[in-house]
Design a protein around this ligand. Structure first.
Ligand SMILES: [Zn+2]
Length: 361
């Protein structure tokens, strides 16, 4: 990704706190706590109150939540301490989103496919519960406690004001002046990883193209089909959407064509740097189809071809030399790299210059 988001704290985070309590204090203690009852939630009165409200609610969502908490409790009450310790370590690991993105060797994540081998019935219940949780965020009883996801989006975009999708940099994301909002992507897919579907460190708004056309259910942290990742069993580094430190991706382009009016993606060679981010960049390109999309943009009538025309027109009409144009553009890009796709426009026009496109008028 081109730049990280700023993480914005919000009352909705309490849901993660509720789930932590349910997992560690209720489910993990099931073998020694006796029969299932609301008193199990005494130590977290806000959660207890919510579960009691759900109990008397006639909404499907409330029933779904309480029913799963109880059913999973029953399964836990028959597990061994070794099994519970393993589940607790997986729960903790799957919520360490930043460490997973760094491919921290101390983190042993679990996927639904692993849970199936471990305990098929529990895997089935976890799958329904954690995949369904996200859609419960709109429940009125819950919204009264935590605000809703639209409030979160407003607060989020008040701090993250770039207006551009950080995953691609070429599309806009809706901000505080839009009535609608972008969808939140489960960065580590909720269909692959249990336990982190309402962890806001794993939820990041993305443009529709990034989320729904390219990433889909691709897993940024794992690609067992990549032969280059055999040494790490398919695990790989990925950019963490809320990294504290920003980074700078270098984009280098080379052009093979002389006739820019006929430019196509095969004429463009694209490489990325710096070397120390190579693994994260490879993952980013794989998950979001970056090269394909950037090359397509460079070949677009109203993008790359227009950028070239701009240089040529200013040369022809106003006698402004391409070098002067590029110098001013580079200065603007230093200040505003994501305005008008400057971060891509500059290396593209530099490549055009090197290929001799601006040698003769
Ligand atoms: Zn995007």
């Amino acid at each position: 990704m081109l730049f990280p988001y700023v993480y914005v704290p919000h009352p909705m985070e309490i849901l993660k706190h509720f789930l932590d309590f349910i997992f560690y204090e209720v489910w993990c203690k099931a073998p020694v706590s006796g029969s299932y009852r609301f008193a199990l939630f005494d130590d977290l009165p806000e959660l207890k109150e919510l579960m009691e409200t759900f109990h008397y609610s006639d909404t499907k969502g409330a029933d779904f939540f309480n029913g799963h908490v109880e059913r999973i409790y029953e399964i836990f009450s028959n597990l061994t301490q070794e099994q519970i310790a393993l589940l607790a370590s997986w729960y903790g690991a799957n919520n360490e989103v930043e460490k997973i993105c760094c491919n921290d060797p101390s983190i042993e994540t679990v996927r639904y496919s692993d849970l199936e081998d471990f305990h098929p019935e529990l895997a089935g219940q976890f799958s329904k519960f954690f995949k369904g949780l996200y859609s419960l965020l709109g429940l009125s009883d819950l919204k009264a406690k935590t605000g809703n996801i639209d409030d979160h989006y407003q607060a989020f975009m008040t701090k993250n004001i770039s207006g551009k999708c950080p995953f691609c940099g070429i599309h806009d994301v809706k901000g505080v002046y839009h009535r609608n909002r972008e969808a939140y992507d489960h960065y580590l897919p909720k269909g692959v990883y249990p336990f982190n579907s309402i962890n806001f460190k794993n939820l990041a708004p993305a443009c529709h193209e990034c989320n729904s056309s390219y990433k889909l259910t691709k897993d940024p942290a794992y690609n067992p089909k990549d032969p280059l990742l055999t040494q790490t069993n398919g695990k790989r580094k990925a950019f963490y959407p809320y990294a504290a430190n920003s980074h700078k991706i270098e984009l280098n382009l080379k052009l093979k064509c002389r006739d820019w009016t006929d430019i196509n993606p095969l004429d463009i060679e694209m490489t990325f740097g710096p070397e120390e981010l190579k693994e994260q960049i490879t993952t980013w390109d794989d998950v979001y189809g970056i090269q394909e999309r950037y090359k397509a943009k460079c070949c677009g009538e109203n993008d790359g071809k227009y950028w070239i025309e701009q240089v040529l027109d200013e040369w022809r009409e106003d006698d402004r030399k391409p070098d002067d144009f590029l110098k001013a553009l580079s200065r603007n890009t230093e200040k505003k790299p994501y305005a008008e796709a400057n971060f891509l426009k500059v290396p593209f026009l530099n490549a055009c210059k090197k290929a001799g496109l601006f040698d003769n008028l």
